[in-house]
Write a protein that binds this ligand. Structure first.
Ligand SMILES: N[C@@H](CCC(=O)N[C@@H](CS)C(=O)NCC(=O)O)C(=O)O
Length: 202
């Protein structure tokens, strides 16, 4: 049996939730962190010409959320009913809605677009998320237990903690989200992983 391999760039962004799921499982994987731009030989192997891309003995897939689902489902973190699975997906699809406006602004250092992102786009999403989390009890987003939704939203909040440009300021008005971030970061497997992971620019 070969070791599962995750192909992504040397960054957190769309690869990090899968890495966190491996950390939670305590499962070995090959964490391939390619240089930008994407090597043409690797691009040709991927379904849609993009990363992340995941390979094990049973599957070769792309799309970050599909990879996450595949890993989370094996850990019983992807919901135990149709309703839970849909509720979890509602959260795991959310980070991409923020990455979409953030990355073009960040990578081109577009100050006006970054200002719009930090003063309007992101706070609007986090205000809604804070309300939903409080309504769910504050500890977990779905079903009163740890799920892929919590890991995905933790990673989004953590992204805001790590990014340059003081992105962390965006989270300051949201105490429940900050407490949630702290609580998930303290889960022993995550604490160990976060202590040792490489520092990257996104
Ligand atoms: N919807 C896809 C988006 C994938 C995507 O945009 N990948 C980017 C990196 S985050 C990429 O491979 N860019 C290099 C390229 O397109 O050449 C996912 O969530 O996996």
């Amino acid at each position: 049996m070969s070791t599962p391999t995750l192909y992504y760039f040397d960054g957190r962004a769309r690869g990090e939730v899968s890495r966190l799921l491996f950390a939670y499982a305590g499962k070995k994987f090959v964490d391939t962190r390619g240089a930008f731009p994407l090597e043409e030989e690797l691009r040709a192997k991927t379904p849609f010409g993009q990363l992340p891309y995941y390979v094990d003995d049973n599957i070769q897939i792309a799309q970050s959320v599909a990879i996450e689902f595949y890993l989370a489902d094996q850990l019983q973190l992807a919901g135990s009913s149709t309703i839970e699975r849909a509720q979890i997906l509602q959260y795991t699809l959310l980070p991409a809605d923020l990455y979409a406006p953030y990355f073009p602004a960040y990578l081109t250092n577009n100050e006006a677009a970054l200002k719009l992102f930090t003063s309007e786009t992101a706070p609007k999403v986090f205000a809604k998320l804070e309300t939903l989390l409080v309504k769910a009890g504050g500890a977990y987003l779905v079903g009163n237990k740890l799920s892929w939704a919590d890991i995905s939203i933790f990673n989004l909040l953590d992204f805001f903690h790590q990014q340059p440009g003081n992105l962390i300021e965006v989270l300051k008005p949201f105490p429940a989200l900050l407490a949630f971030h702290k609580q998930i970061a303290a889960v022993p497997q995550f604490a160990e992983y976060l202590k040792n992971r490489p520092t990257t620019i996104f």
